[in-house]
Design a protein around this ligand. Sequence first.
Ligand SMILES: NC(=O)c1ccc[n+]([C@@H]2O[C@H](COP(=O)([O-])OP(=O)(O)OC[C@H]3O[C@@H](n4cnc5c(N)ncnc54)[C@H](OP(=O)(O)O)[C@@H]3O)[C@@H](O)[C@H]2O)c1
Length: 284
Amino acid sequence: MKIGVTGATGQLGRLVVGKLKEEGLEEYVVALVRTPEKAADLGVEAREFDYNNPNQLVGALNGIDKLVLISGNELGQRATQHANVIEAAKKAGVKGIVYTSLLHADTSTLSLAPEHLATEKTLKASGLPYTILRNGWYTENYTGSVAGAMAAGAFIGSAGNGKISSAARADFAEAIAAVVIGEGHQDKTYELAGDNSYTLAELAAEISKQTGKAIPYNNLPETEYAKILKSFGIPEGFADAIASWDTGASNGDLLDESHQLSKLIGKPTTPLAQTVKEALAGLK
Ligand SMILES: NC(=O)c1ccc[n+]([C@@H]2O[C@H](COP(=O)([O-])OP(=O)(O)OC[C@H]3O[C@@H](n4cnc5c(N)ncnc54)[C@H](OP(=O)(O)O)[C@@H]3O)[C@@H](O)[C@H]2O)c1
């Protein structure tokens, strides 16, 4: 059985390949990547695979039984890109697709939701067996700002008192591996999120606790937060999007208490304190 993993040179994809290798499946894993040279260190077969190039995709999927379709990162182009992949998978005789969607994609107010929902619909309409993993936020989305918060003396955002049930990327990668290897996941949709939820004020308190420095959470209006992100050099459209996602968080878009992720991986999700600890260790 060959398992194709798209986005295998990305942060989540690398972890997925690692988990499948841990399960002794390296000879069955095929990294489907834009730049095969970047996949050399993965230690698995790599094939060129660009979501924008429909002509290339069918051949690259030759012999693949299960396909892990990790959503791309080019916002606004993904519904078409993912549809290209699904169409090619059908032509190539792929027997099932695992797709990484967005938490509560059908009800979420996040600007990311429509592209994911469109892909879910395309996937279901394809007639291919599928599993949809609606991933909540990676804790690393926030802990990636720890250095900035330390430098500024405050953690900023516009998520208000919104509760966030994030989990570590590694937890989501493990869920993908569990679904690929396990049975009983065909034509199912899972809402995946961390076991424990927190507000950004609680995250700031955890950073303060671990560093011994007072790092308060400073909640800002969405436009103000976007302005600050732009001043850091983040492109305008992306800064606006990040700030709007925090507003979504304030409305509960990132909250989920169904514990489906820990059930899938058979253990509790990585605690917030652990991911903060790792982020702080990375600063040394
Ligand atoms: N749940 C969350 O909190 C969250 C946060 C951020 C993103 N996401 C979503 O989850 C995905 C995986 O997260 P991540 O952290 O691993 O993101 P990432 O590190 O940015 O990886 C994205 C991967 O998608 C690949 N890709 C992008 N466009 C492609 C194309 N046209 N053809 C083929 N491959 C393409 C990239 O290829 P290269 O390696 O060649 O660049 C990369 O490997 C993201 O792409 C995004 O859809 C989720």
